[in-house]
Design a binder for this molecule. Structure first.
Ligand code: 2P0
Length: 321
């Protein structure tokens, strides 16, 4: 039995839409930061005494659409290793649902790492990234620590993530503002597919996202928080703009989302370098230097309570326990 740990990540340049749904090939490259506090531990054992795959998440049998995704990854690993045994998978999320962060990225990255090693394969992190992608797109990025780029690619082997800056030794962190941690009405998978198929803004999204890859990488390497933050906020706003154009139209924003976005713009006017990003849900993540955390959290306390604020720092790539 092998146990692997992978951390969650937040996209600064968003992945939003698949050009190949089966292989999970995205239309555009994306760039993320892996976080320190939230992670998934997954153990895998290919056991000849089993007559089906047994999958437990937080000690409960997994149900729903996740089962097929886990089996996709296990089937791929069986194919690559020549093993025919079924597997017992036990996954523990240290991503509290109250954190408002998705656990699919850390979950499928940990599954790819643990299952390949349990099957006797010794793969490169690039190969692990490709395997994790078959479970969930954003999982391809959680194989690596720090700032990571997922290359969209054009086929299975060319769509993988790689590090831009693994050790983030400059002052950047995220303040997550928890607005609503209830299950969202439109999953990211369904939301992005609806936008690809119906939003007239989608072609503009792809064009602008791809154009932002190089400047964002440069901003990271130059440790330029202002440029990085501006590009990240633009990416998030453009992603959400596509949902307003979809048929039927939808949005992940809630009233407090807009209140926080406005507060961040106001603090910026006062000279504080802080920028917003929002994923497929209402919660806002504020990108800033940790030296500004105290001021920003004090200002945000006028809108939300202190326990709705969680600070996340850059985190590592996969490890084996
Ligand atoms: C991202 N999101 O880049 C984007 C931004 C949400 C908004 O990746 O369908 O769970 O499993 O590939 O990876 C969340 O979507 O979607 C996501 P699938 P995933 O982080």
């Amino acid at each position: 039995m092998i146990t692997a740990r992978a951390h969650t990540n937040i996209a600064f340049l968003k992945y939003w839409g698949k050009k190949n749904v089966k292989l999970i090939l995205p239309y555009n490259d994306s760039i993320s930061l892996t976080l320190d506090r939230f992670y998934t531990d997954t153990s895998v054992d290919f056991d000849q005494s089993l007559d089906h795959d047994e999958i437990f998440v937080d000690e409960k049998p997994l149900t729903g659409s996740g089962v097929k995704r886990v089996k996709n990854v296990l089937d791929l690993v069986r194919h690559l290793s020549g093993i025919s045994n079924f597997a017992k998978v036990q996954s523990t999320n240290h991503v509290p649902s109250t954190a408002g962060l998705a656990s699919s990225a850390s979950a499928f990255a940990a599954l790819a790492a643990a299952s390949t090693k349990a099957a006797g394969l010794n793969l490169s992190n690039r190969q692990l990234s490709i395997i994790a992608r078959h479970g969930s797109g954003s999982a391809s990025r959680s194989i690596f620590g720090g700032f990571v780029q997922w290359h969209a690619g054009h086929d299975d082997q060319s769509s993988y993530a790689e590090p831009i800056q693994e050790n983030v030794d400059w002052d950047i962190n995220l303040i997550t503002v928890l607005i609503n941690t209830a299950q969202k009405k439109v999953s990211s998978t369904n939301g992005m597919q609806s936008v690809v198929e119906t939003s007239p803004f989608y072609p503009a999204w792809v064009k602008n996202a791809q154009a932002d890859v190089k400047p964002m990488k440069t901003a990271i390497l130059n440790q330029n928080l202002a440029t990085l933050g501006e590009l990240a906020e633009q990416s998030a706003m453009r992603m959400h703009a596509t949902t307003f154009g979809a048929v039927p139209s939808f949005t992940y924003f809630q009233p407090q989302t807009l209140a926080i976005l406005s507060a961040v713009r106001n603090m910026r006017k006062q000279g504080v370098e802080c920028y917003s990003t929002v994923d497929a849900g209402p919660n806002v993540k504020i990108i800033c230097a940790s030296s500004d955390n105290e001021f920003i959290m004090h200002e945000l306390n006028q809108i939300v309570s202190a326990k709705q604020l969680v600070v996340c720092k850059p985190g590592p790539g996969i490890t084996y326990l």
